[in-house]
Design a protein. Sequence first.
Length: 269
Amino acid sequence: MGVVAAGVVGCLWGTGSGCAPSGAVTGGPPAEDAVEVVAKAADALVEAGSSKARTSMEMATGGTRVTIRGEGVYDFGKRLGRLKVVLPEDPAGASARQPITELLAPGALYMKNRGAGVPADKWVRVDTATLSDGNLVTGGVTDPLAAAEVLRGTRTATFVKRTEVAGTAVRHYRGTADLAVAARKAGEADRGPLRAAAKGFATAEVPFDVFLDDQGRIRKIRHRFSFVNGQQETPVAVASTTLLYDFGAPANVRLPEPQDIYAGRIAEE
């Protein structure tokens, strides 16, 4: 499984936001304590049921910068998501890379069209608790609910302003979260991955910007992570942004059958 994890990071990294308000909503800071409000964001998503999602992950080290984008749906109650992830073009620009379909599930990440010798009709399964980043970075996508669970470890939070995201009135908060604290307070399914991330990242402290609507649901969240990639000594700076919209949209996610999961060795790219 270690080879699988290394190969995933190699695939995504080796291949290579703030909010602009329109007619911002005015008003002073809300009366609620900012830390308490932000820490409840995960519960608000579970109550919402489901939504569509767009993701963007920017990775930078040295003079190299790549962006990986994803789009799909997520069921917060069942903790299941399906995203189509688009990798950046190869350095030579010779050919477009095929999107990777990713299924997000409690404790697992499934990928199709993974490449590296995996048959086209097979899925690759990765145990997220074995990943040094808890799958906050490895898949090129931060699991939307895991992104919210990180906020349970909020240490500091400040109300910035009232603004809009995609035409929806929101409250912008900025702060820092502690992954170790988040792991203790998270739901059972996220404790293992968050504990792994707390140990695997360069620092357990995660700066964030989050935009909450009137129901306390995340409309946009941006985390900034730092980790050491493989044998490199220079940390990789990661900015992960998730947009959630169209709450209540159908999110029917079917996990692969055992016979559809690739059991062979995965080559590193």
